[in-house]
Write a protein that binds this ligand. Structure first.
Ligand code: ADP
Ligand code: ADP
Ligand code: MG
Length: 617
């Protein structure tokens, strides 16, 4: 075994790898960008090396800088994690050429599976069933349209170099083909630098079934059963589980056997995943499962496989990279219970899942020992707009699927995260949806159920009563009864917006004990502050306060403090979602409390500037 490991990644996966490496007694070296100087992975590692500015292209994707860091730190091996350089065959080659150990498959295996068309051609030769479609060289629009007709609608146009759910267009009608092709090509060229596409039959009632495979340098390739990742939003996984609901032994043997053949066909070494698409219109059937692609790396959702098999996949990766044989054979592996993982994102479901940024002033995922949490952040950390917004994975493992589902929903229900918005409430709704609960999930569930999965956008009456009670200093259950004949009302700021809570109140209102309170329910948190008639309250904003309407970057500040402005006059320009939003003065007045700075990143609901009436200034 080698003694030291550099982790060429960030966030939860860097922390996950460091944990196992440390348990194995290895010295760990983290790399980080300027945006990540205070990140958890940097502090967890024995040593950390700055590799460049925030943009990934200039840091986490800069192969030369990472190799320099390995040299500088004397690291013997490099683990790429997932994403970034993990499926970059040239990087793997340069690691090996530098005399270092690459924790991953041979560069040739990466290359063989890197492009979806070449991978499928190879799989056909290996006798693995692939999704029917066209893989040809001829990329002319006429030929592609003719092939789509031959395949039969609906079809899926897929970028051969695609990944991360990008570069795909479902087409239901031949008349829409030409335009879908053009837009898919544009996206593929922009995202992957390669506009070639393939055509696939769009599988109806689709379920995403994938198999964890593992190879060593001693000729053994085995599988660690399947995962079901059918709960997706825009072709991206949201909730994953193992084993797949409704999988019978014969189908499992067929699918896992095909996965092992696929891995053997490319002399696979290390951890990999073979992804299949299944037509589940009549349940999972061996003759309706087709190869889609192979991911030649550790997969985001590997923890569910670890839970049901008891194997530490990162430990196996490191041992195999060091040349050791796999410690067990296929017959030693069994499935223990059921595991489900949810991906927790910093994003706002109510705003079209817009990524959210800002400081995690409160970040509490509970401490239930039965729940595994893989995260790259902690309380006080800053979520920046530079990287993937996934902030944690929450994993439950239990004897049955139902018990795992309930445990995971409970854990997410109890999370307290503020002020950064997350999808925790959405995950709770998804886990509780009757189709998910019964295992009837296909990849279209979220798109179909959309609204039904949206968590509430307002706090419940119980939450309002609890907040009112806490702010005024009464016992919520005894002192306040909402919807009763209002005898008193209290005014608060809910996330900066004034609300009035009416309540039946028996006695005198005691002096207020607190200025602000955070109430959480269903995975969502609401902040309440005392309302003051004189403008800005603690943490909130009153009349004349200009709050950032969404997370973004300030690209212009048009005023200075003390300046007189007229209603409608531009104050601050915010860039968010590639659009500019000009914030203007609500009335004639004077600029006060100017907090906005050009170039600054702001979370949603932050007071940027305040306009005060002329006579008040
Ligand atoms: P998995 O298949 O392991 O569940 P994903 O497909 O979600 O993983 O991708 C793993 C990680 O890599 C994610 O962080 C994803 O955003 C990122 N990723 C994968 N492929 C690409 C790509 N082509 N472009 C940008 N990001 C990608
Ligand atoms: P990526 O490299 O972006 O992960 P995949 O080929 O793995 O691309 O496809 C991503 C997702 O798109 C799948 O998990 C599935 O939900 C959907 N998908 C892919 N191919 C098909 C198909 N032929 N029919 C139906 N859905 C598909
Ligand atoms: Mg995929």
């Amino acid at each position: 075994m080698f003694d030291s490991l550099l982790i060429a990644n960030r966030g939860e996966i860097a922390c996950r790898i460091i944990r196992t490496a440390r348990e194995m007694g290895l010295r760990t070296v983290a790399v980080y960008s300027e945006a990540d100087a205070r990140a958890l992975h940097v502090r967890m590692a024995d040593e950390a090396i700055l590799i460049g500015p925030a943009p990934a292209r200039e840091s986490y994707l800069d192969a030369a800088r990472i190799l320099d860091a390995a040299r500088e730190s004397g690291a013997e091996a490099i683990h790429p994690g997932y994403g970034f350089l993990s499926e970059n065959a040239e990087f793997a080659e340069s690691v090996i050429a530098a005399g270092l150990i690459w924790v991953g498959p041979n560069p040739d295996s990466i290359r063989a599976m890197g492009l979806k068309d070449a991978a499928k051609t190879r799989m056909i030769a290996a006798g693995v069933p692939v999704t029917p479609g066209y893989l040809g060289e001829d990329q002319s629009p006429d030929r592609l349209a003719a092939e789509a007709d031959a395949v039969g609608y609906p079809v899926l146009i897929k970028a051969v170099a695609g990944g991360g759910g990008k570069g795909m267009r479902r087409v239901d009608d031949p008349a829409a083909f030409a335009e879908a092709l053009a837009s898919c090509r544009r996206e593929a060229a922009a995202s992957f630098g390669d506009d070639r596409v393939l055509i696939e039959k769009y599988i109806l009632s689709p379920r995403h079934i994938e198999v964890q495979v593992f190879g060593d340098r001693h000729g053994q390739v085995l599988h660690l059963f399947e995962r079901d990742c059918s709960l997706q939003r825009r072709h991206q996984k949201v909730i994953e589980e193992a084993p797949a609901p409704g999988m019978d032994d014969a189908t499992r043997d067929a699918v896992c056997g095909a996965a092992v053949r696929a891995a053997q066909a490319v002399d696979y070494v290390g951890a990999g995943t073979i992804e299949f698409i299944a037509d589940a219109s009549e349940g999972l059937r061996a003759d309706r499962v087709w190869f889609m692609e192979m991911n030649t790396r550790l997969q985001v959702e590997h923890p569910v496989t670890e839970a049901i098999t008891g194997v530490d996949l990162v430990e196996w990766q490191l041992r195999v990279a060091a040349g050791e044989p796999l410690p067990i054979t296929q017959g030693d592996l069994t499935i223990d219970g059921h595991a489900i993982e949810a991906r927790l994102y910093a994003e706002d479901p109510a705003k079209g899942f817009l990524p959210a940024i800002g400081t995690l002033e409160v970040f509490d995922l509970g401490d239930d020992p039965a729940i595994r949490i893989d995260t790259g952040v902690e309380e006080g950390a800053e979520i920046t707009p530079w990287y993937d917004p996934m902030i944690a994975k929450v994993i439950a493992h239990a004897d049955t699927r139902e018990a795992a589902r309930e445990a995971l929903a409970d854990a997410l229900d109890e999370t307290v995260i503020w002020p950064v918005r997350t999808n925790a409430g959405f995950l709770v709704e998804a886990l509780d949806h009757p189709d998910f609960a019964s295992g009837q999930v296909d990849t279209g569930l979220i798109a179909r159920e959309g609204e039904a999965l949206m968590p509430p956008t307002e706090p419940s009456e119980e939450a309002l009563a609890e907040a009112a009670a806490a702010l005024i200093g009464q016992d919520a259950l005894s002192g306040f009864r909402l919807n009763a004949a209002p005898r008193r009302s209290a005014r608060f700021l809910l996330d900066g917006r004034a609300i009035t809570v009416d309540f039946a109140h028996a006695g005198d209102v005691p002096p207020s004990p607190t200025d602000a309170v955070l109430i959480s329910e269903g995975g969502q948190s609401w902040s309440f502050t005392r309302w003051r008639a004189d403008g800005l309250a603690a943490g909130g904003a009153g009349d004349g306060a200009i709050l950032s309407p969404m997370p973004g970057r300030i690209i212009a500040v048009a005023v200075t403090e003390g300046q007189a402005v007229n209603a409608g006059q531009p104050l601050v320009t915010l860039e968010a979602m590639k659009m500019e939003h000009v914030l203007t003065a609500p009335f004639d007045g004077v600029v006060a409390d100017l907090k906005a700075e050009t170039g600054g990143q702001v979370a949603e609901g932050i007071a940027l500037v305040r306009i005060v009436a002329k006579d008040a200034a």
